[in-house]
Write a protein that binds this ligand. Sequence first.
Ligand SMILES: [Zn+2]
Length: 146
Amino acid sequence: MTATQLVACLRCNAINRVPKLRLRESPSCGKCAAALFNGHPLALDAAGFHAHVERADLPLLVDFWAPWCGPCVAMAPQFEAAAAQLEPALRLAKLDTESQPALGGRFGIRSIPTLVLFRQGRELARQAGAMGTADIVRWARHHLPD
Ligand SMILES: [Zn+2]
């Protein structure tokens, strides 16, 4: 376990080195001063995916979804509530597979919603199908034994 965590900024994607003990003290970005955590899922595009999954080492839980998918839309408030509970141990993000089809294809997403947990650019776990807040939180914590 390292003493610092690399956290990508929600606004400018800059990589910030944050001491783990300071994660809960509302850290802000050294480049643009935005809060590094806001309790809400982040909407990912290709640049955001690169920063938050491939360069940062903070675990990231991604909801692969689409606006036309009824179960995805129904799960959105559950996922939102899970973000407030799980940050800052990990970040929650949403990836719209309709507007970002290349990323959905790259990870072989066959059905939505699918949750994928990443750490340091590697996939740790995935789960297809809608879940409630308590199940999302339990599932994420189960796959992050820290
Ligand atoms: Zn920033």
